[in-house]
Design a protein around this ligand. Structure first.
Ligand code: SF4
Length: 119
């Protein structure tokens, strides 16, 4: 008689399978690769996605939508905000009305020109 597998074991097996595939797998390939039936594993998979332990992303290959499952990246990129120090847009009262198009744009803004010249 086969041992009944619980949800945590299913989730562990799903993560392990995706890890072995370098952190990414087509969703349709998951069940065959993990040797879990979709009927048993779908609920565990959906919980992993809901809790952010797995990402489900759509990619278009030759115009055809394919669902991929990916492990979330553990790398956090730290970027310096130093180059933006003193940018006039953050305290600007016109910020909500300024855009690439229209009368008020960064291209014609004197405050922006002054900041760029001083930077
Ligand atoms: S570009 Fe000029 S007008 Fe626009 S938000 Fe920045 S400072 Fe304000």
């Amino acid at each position: 008689m086969k041992k009944k597998i619980n949800k945590e074991e299913l989730q562990h097996k799903i993560i392990e399978t995706i890890t072995k595939r370098k952190g990414r797998i087509k969703r349709k390939d998951l069940w065959k690769a993990s040797k879990i039936s979709s009927e048993i594993g779908t609920k565990a998979l959906m919980e992993l996605i809901k809790n952010g332990k797995l990402l489900q992303v759509e990619e278009y290959i030759n115009g055809k939508k394919t669902l991929y499952l990916k492990l979330p990246s553990k790398e956090l990129k730290i970027i310096s905000l130093e180059p933006l120090k003193g940018i006039p847009c953050l305290p600007c009262n016109e910020y909500n009305f300024c855009s690439e198009m229209g009368n008020l744009t960064p291209i014609t803004c004197k405050k922006m020109d002054e900041w760029l010249e001083a930077s």
